[in-house]
Design a protein around this ligand. Structure first.
Ligand SMILES: N[C@@H](CCC[C@H](N)C(=O)O)C(=O)O
Length: 285
């Protein structure tokens, strides 16, 4: 039995177990991660974030992400900010802007002088095959919104890939949104072959939304960074939000600022806080 060092961090209450996999040996596997994620018997977290050496010469680090159910996923926005804070604070890098390789593409987090972190989250993808989403026919494939049948209900979803898959639903009142009633059914809907994160968005003004996200492999979280990016891209694409100024995204855990201009190849930018909670050690075989 060896001891594995970790740091507990969060971004707006979306919480993480962060592991330096460069200076200690850690081979991630589902069972220990799912056990450590448990809130009563483990460390308790939404995602485990693993820092590794990059595979591509142009990147500073490789960033791997595991959901609370132990599944490895492609991207995590709140985690990206915590990742950048961790590698700087722990002396793994002296750079305030880093290039990070993920399974969902290259992202570039930057530590700002005001303590916030801004991340270039890359280009959002909207085509069904890029989500991935199985459209029912060609007309459905061309549409920005898709009618999803769940039991005897039909829900209109806009699908965005931010490195990871998101389905965004516009609701009138965020407090009454069917996050728990429909979240898991949409996450596991047969038209999403890799499952999906489900965002419920209330438009408050042309540059302000409220958002709750039922995350794939976790359930509802306090905040979801990629979910915030996806919601803003969906809102702008649907003509419900403007793209001339950053959009304030108000999540249960706090606020993110998201910018995207509706042009081919435009990147999404996310700005928000990070917080370290404690350092710990855990037994590891
Ligand atoms: N909390 C995250 C997203 C984490 C991954 C997601 N649950 C998935 O399965 O894709 C964020 O801040 O983006």
């Amino acid at each position: 039995m060896t001891k594995l060092k970790f740091t507990k961090m969060h971004g707006l209450g979306n919480d993480f177990m962060v592991i330096d996999g460069i200076n200690q040996k850690f081979n991630p596997s589902t069972a220990p991660i799912a056990a450590w994620a448990q809130r009563h018997t483990g460390v308790g977290f939404d995602q485990l974030l693993l820092i590794e050496a990059p595979r591509q010469a142009e990147a500073d680090f490789r960033y791997r992400i595991f959901n609370a159910d132990g599944s490895e996923v492609e991207q995590c926005g709140n985690g990206a900010r915590c990742f950048a804070r961790f590698v700087y604070d722990k002396g793994l890098s002296s750079k305030k802007q880093i290039v990070v390789e993920t399974a969902g593409g290259v992202i570039m987090p930057r530590l700002n002088d005001d303590g916030l972190v801004t991340v270039d989250m890359g280009v959002p993808l909207l085509a069904p095959e890029q989500i991935p989403f199985a459209a029912i026919d060609e007309e459905d494939a061309r549409s920005i919104s898709h009618q999803l049948v769940i039991g005897n209900e039909t829900v209109s979803v806009t699908c965005i890939n931010m490195g990871n898959p998101h389905a965004v639903i516009v609701v009138e009142d965020i407090e009454q949104a069917p996050v728990h009633r429909l979240g898991a059914a949409i996450e596991n809907h047969k038209q999403f072959p890799q499952r999906v994160n489900v965002g419920f968005m209330q438009i408050v003004a042309s540059r302000r939304i409220r958002l709750r996200v039922f995350e794939r492999g976790v359930g509802e979280t306090q905040a979801c960074g990629t979910g915030a990016c996806a919601a803003v891209v969906a809102g702008i694409s649907l003509g419900l939000l403007g793209d001339d100024e950053p959009v304030e995204v108000n999540l249960p855990g706090g606020q993110l600022l998201i910018s995207w201009q509706q042009q081919p190849d435009a990147h999404v930018w996310m700005t928000g806080p990070t917080q370290s909670v404690f350092d710990g050690e855990i037994d590891y075989l």
